[in-house]
Design a protein around this ligand. Structure first.
Ligand SMILES: Nc1ncnc2c1ncn2[C@@H]1O[C@H](COP(=O)(O)OP(=O)(O)OP(=O)(O)O)[C@@H](O)[C@H]1O
Length: 239
């Protein structure tokens, strides 16, 4: 049973087809990489899967729920890191995680344990009482990471989550994502950093100009001795 499924999903802005009839399935336990050049429709796909925008046509299901009809239900179930989103400027890092924890119905000692775990794991406990407006971009991204996974969602949809992190943090986050998926959860990750996708994703899809060019398993490419970036370039240039 796929945990994410789209059928000929499309989003148009005037004459522009941001996403153009994409059908895909993501199985439970996958670390699924949605890859594509700038403007290929990755963020639009994530927005439709999380009910932030409605498709122009076609449909989607996330954990058996249609995000266009029951967006709030989908957002209760999943974790989300939107692209270039930052936490509220007027809250401290600690306040923001408590705020998210309450929405996620995590309370009392569990709240403290879970948020402390993230502050320690991503090594930013010293920033707990700093207002988010005064945090560096990388630290804000750590916070966005923590908020998405605080309630240990079965499915997380994360848009370019590693872009502002230094190499040490990138490694930690990559390990976390691999373990998280290996323990039966599903991650839908959008990125244009192909090395990251090749290293951690179990499956991938390539979008170009809103169209799905390919879906496959990263292991199959490795077995053939093909690098993802060569495969990607050839496919995108050919289309
Ligand atoms: N609200 C909107 N109104 C009009 N056009 C939009 C809107 N949102 C996205 N687009 C257009 O849709 C196309 C796909 O955009 P999208 O942000 O989904 O791409 P992306 O693959 O996430 O790109 P990037 O890697 O640069 O973040 C782009 O041409 C973009 O300009």
């Amino acid at each position: 049973m796929p945990v994410i499924k789209t059928e000929k999903i499309a989003k148009e802005y005037g004459d522009l087809k941001a996403v153009d009839g994409v059908s895909l399935e993501v199985e439970k336990g996958s670390l699924f990489g949605l890859l594509g050049p700038n403007g290929s429709g990755k963020t639009t796909m994530i927005r439709m899967l999380t009910g932030q925008i409605k498709p122009s046509s076609g449909s989607a299901e996330v954990l058996g729920t249609d995000p266009a009809k029951e967006g709030i239900k989908v957002r209760e179930l999943v974790g989300i890191i939107p692209e270039q989103e930052t936490p509220p400027s007027f809250l401290t890092a600690g306040e923001y995680l408590s705020f998210v924890a309450k929405i996620r119905k995590i309370e009392g000692t569990e709240l403290e344990e879970k948020s402390d775990w993230w502050f320690d794991y991503l090594d930013f406990a010293d920033k707990k009482d700093v207002l988010c407006k005064d945090l560096s971009r990388g630290t804000r991204q750590k916070l966005m990471f923590a908020q998405a996974f605080l309630h240990e969602p079965e499915v997380a949809l994360i848009d370019e989550p590693l872009i502002n992190l230094d190499p040490v943090m990138q490694r930690k986050v990559k390990e976390f994502l691999k373990d998280y998926a290996a323990s039966g959860n599903t991650i839908f990750l959008s990125t244009h950093i192909l090395e990251i996708a090749e290293e951690i994703c179990t499956e991938f899809a390539i979008l170009h100009k809103g169209k799905l060019l390919h879906t496959g398993k990263t292991d199959e490419l490795k077995e053939k001795g093909v690098h993802l970036d060569d495969f990607f370039m050839e496919l995108v240039e050919r289309s």
